[in-house]
Ligand binder design. Structure first.
Ligand SMILES: [Zn+2]
Length: 449
């Protein structure tokens, strides 16, 4: 039976150690040093949300011989510009799709931070020069390392991976972020691991270590069906603030599935998010990573990311046109928590209108405009947006179950597929979530009480 430890930064190994430089007892800022086989690997290079911007990249990060990136969410890659800017010029390993997502999301975040275009271009060139893309399930050697690294499917977002690091003395698996089994579009997280030797350490995420996801695919489709049919009858809009990476594509998948099954009419769907469009194009180019169900649908002429009633809104002035168009329409726009982006304009029109529906499809953090809209809808009052004081008369709905992270039972199932584990270190979860997951694993008899 493996031992399991929560909120612990250092995990010793026979030929080195794993040291968590971030996400020890929080969800953001994933960054770990894995020193094995005579090499210093940095796994992920995230920034902590709300971190002091003057805080410099830790020295341990800059000492690394190579960087291994599990996926392209900012809490795993947001520190890359600072790292490269410090003169760090070693190789960066990731899957091809992760590289493409990284480019899109870092370019976007640098623009938001008002970094001059010239500097962004030079950063992207440097990123390209240093990146070495690897396929899933192919062991690769890192220069100077007495061992290999291998990416395994993590089922979280396009390109996401767990990384298996093997030397003659150690075998380590870093989970990265793990997506729910049977989620649309992507293959599930890897479930077949070799059992020819012990796994000395698994470091695994616990974002939802305290939670059980109650909502199934059927629940999601039923809720969407009700909301869309209702809006269709009233010839009204459904505004969906959505995250560009992953959430937007999964939503399109569900909408096209409902149309295909004739459970909803062919309502026009406006994809009004430049970043969401770029990411959706990247998904479409990466069919090789899709799951069987999605590939079958494409083979039968039903492409879930490219259906007849879907249209792209590229230019800002076309977004205005969408705002001025009457009739039933679904508008998917960023940002996911309404902290900026084109959703703001749609909300200015839609919030005071009792016919409009605003549909939240993800958690809204405290202090964001999204959360404020939810609060005002319950308790009354107004909300200030784009210089206007607006009443919230629109129908406010929430679609639950679209989480991109495994719940506690799914996490334990993932761990259970790995044979001969000696030690499990938890990370990427709040203190409470890690503690709850540890208790849960004890209750289930997976780790000693
Ligand atoms: Zn993630």
């Amino acid at each position: 039976m493996p031992e399991m430890v929560a909120c612990t930064a250092v995990h010793p190994l026979k030929d080195g150690e794993v040291r968590l430089l971030g996400a020890v007892d929080v969800v953001t800022g994933s960054m770990s040093r894995v020193d094995v086989g005579g090499t210093k690997l940095l796994v992920d290079c995230g920034v902590t949300q709300g971190r002091d911007p003057r805080r410099k990249m830790p020295e341990e990060a800059k000492e690394a011989d190579a960087l291994v990136v599990t996926h392209g969410h900012l809490d795993h890659i947001g520190g890359l510009p600072e790292l490269l800017d410090s003169g760090w010029d070693r190789p960066i390993f990731c899957t091809r799709a992760t590289y493409e997502i990284c480019r899109i999301s870092l370019e976007d975040s640098l623009h938001m931070a008002r970094v001059p275009d010239r500097e962004i271009t030079s950063f992207l060139k440097q990123l390209e020069r240093q990146t070495r893309t690897l396929a899933y399930d192919v062991a690769a050697t890192v220069h100077g390392m007495n061992g290999t690294i291998t990416f395994r499917d993590a089922g979280h977002i396009l390109g996401s991976a767990s990384v298996e690091i093997v030397t003659d003395k150690s075998r380590v698996i870093m989970s990265g972020d793990l997506g729910r089994p049977n989620s649309p579009i992507l293959r599930d997280a890897n479930s077949t691991w070799k059992d020819d030797r012990d796994v000395d350490l698994v470091v695994m995420e616990t974002t939802y270590g305290a939670r059980s996801h109650e909502h199934t695919h059927d629940d999601i489709e039923r809720t969407l069906e009700r909301i869309v049919n209702d809006a269709w009858k009233r010839r009204a809009k459904v505004l969906i603030p959505a995250f560009a990476i992953g959430r937007t594509q999964v939503l399109l998948w569900f909408l096209s599935d409902l149309v295909e099954k004739k459970r909803i009419p062919e309502v026009p769907v406006a994809l009004d998010t430049p970043m969401g469009l770029l990411v959706t194009e990247t998904y479409k180019r990466a069919r090789r990573l899709f799951d069987r169900e999605t590939l079958d649908r494409i083979q039968h002429g039903d492409d879930p990311l490219d259906f007849d009633s879907l249209f792209a809104v590229r230019r800002g002035k076309d977004s205005f046109r969408v705002r001025n168009t009457e009739g039933a329409m679904i508008v998917i726009a960023g940002s996911g928590m309404c902290t900026g982006g084109r959703i703001i304009g749609h909300l200015v029109d839609g919030l005071p209108d009792p016919e409009t529906t605003v549909l939240f499809v993800g958690h809204q953090s405290v202090g964001t405009t999204g959360r404020r809209i939810q609060e005002v809808a319950e308790s009354g009052g107004t909300i200030r947006l784009d210089g206007e004081e607006l009443p919230v008369r629109a129908r406010i709905e929430t679609l639950r179950g679209l989480s991109a992270h495994m719940d506690r039972a799914e996490l334990l199932g993932w761990l259970g597929n790995i044979p001969r584990v000696k030690r499990v270190g938890l990370n990427h979860g709040e203190v409470k979530a890690q503690g709850a997951f540890l208790d849960y694993a004890k209750e289930r008899g997976v780790v000693p009480r």
